[in-house]
Design a protein around this ligand. Sequence first.
Ligand SMILES: NC(=O)c1ccc[n+]([C@@H]2O[C@H](COP(=O)([O-])OP(=O)(O)OC[C@H]3O[C@@H](n4cnc5c(N)ncnc54)[C@H](O)[C@@H]3O)[C@@H](O)[C@H]2O)c1
Length: 348
Amino acid sequence: MRILLTGGSGFIGSHIALLLLERGFDVLILDSFINSSYNVIYRIENYLDNKKINSKLETVVGDIRNKKLLNNIFSDSIKEEKPIDAVIHLAGLKSVSDSLINPLHYWDVNVLGTLNLLLTMKEFECYSLIFSSSATIYGLSDTVPMAEDHKISPINPYGQTKVAIENMFHDLYNSNINFWKICSLRYFNPVGAHPSGLIGEDPIGNPNNLFPFLTQVAIGRQKLLKVFGDNWDTKDGSGIRDYIHIVDLAEGHLACIDYLNSKDACLEFINLGSGKGYSVFQIIRQFELSTGCQIPFSIQSRRDGDVAECYADISKARKLLGWTPLKSLDQICIDGWNWQMKNPNGYS
Ligand SMILES: NC(=O)c1ccc[n+]([C@@H]2O[C@H](COP(=O)([O-])OP(=O)(O)OC[C@H]3O[C@@H](n4cnc5c(N)ncnc54)[C@H](O)[C@@H]3O)[C@@H](O)[C@H]2O)c1
């Protein structure tokens, strides 16, 4: 099979690309590199060479909002007799705080970009799609674990764009029920890195999320970790979240391709998380234990829009995809630290 992977040089996309190529898929990455480095592509190519993997990786530098470019990609693939069998769509903007400042930019890239992609897929009769949705769409709620039928109520423009896209899928599926096969995967918090240490998370500027911040404290790029609230109604007072190893998350996409291939038509919304909740203090303790690093931290007041506890009910993914996350929190810490040690300044 040949897969079009939009956003394939980003944190999640690079791990999916590597896994697809290792499993014999050909991959065409479309990425604007607005939030990623071309070094990702070189590293994946080197990895394939060293392991003597023959799957084909092609890369197009461009924007998903460029209709002409999308059209060329699909028409070339037909002319060259290597049609695109399915699309994994990850290209988009993902910062909650940035989306509050630049909401229209988020609607433009995330929603219009996806609309362009769907229009082109329809034109070229490519009907299989896996989409990167987010647990952010569930909004504020302490009901845990969160299943897919949990109330949808995003509290920021980023989350709104993901809901708008999921609504687009509903309309599309209802109109063309015989054709479309769509899985919208709602990610919780992907963390860690590929065990090789070749690819990992490399946020531009100060990391917004706990785990990359923590590894940057460990390597000395940040002074201390800020813990937002130690008075939540949880076992140790710190907030509880669902952290999933990035390789487990990538495996979920491979399982999803099998699922789509087994269907004539479908539209599914599926949580991908570890299904476990870990507190911030638990993460710090485990990281120190797994790596031998010391993590200095300071307690700050709670942030607006945070909740005490949020983790996924992943029974639908287990049942439908036959997928289950395998990697422990210990492995997340080891692989995340391995990546940070080998790449103290990320890809630069
Ligand atoms: N990382 C998370 O915690 C998380 C959680 C839930 C959902 N998601 C979603 O998963 C997807 C991938 O996330 P990620 O963490 O890998 O982010 P990332 O920023 O590392 O990867 C996104 C990639 O898309 C590219 N891109 C951005 N705008 C583009 C455009 N207009 N045209 C083409 N390429 C463009 C970027 O250059 C980047 O390589 C995003 O859609 C994000 O919303 C991420």
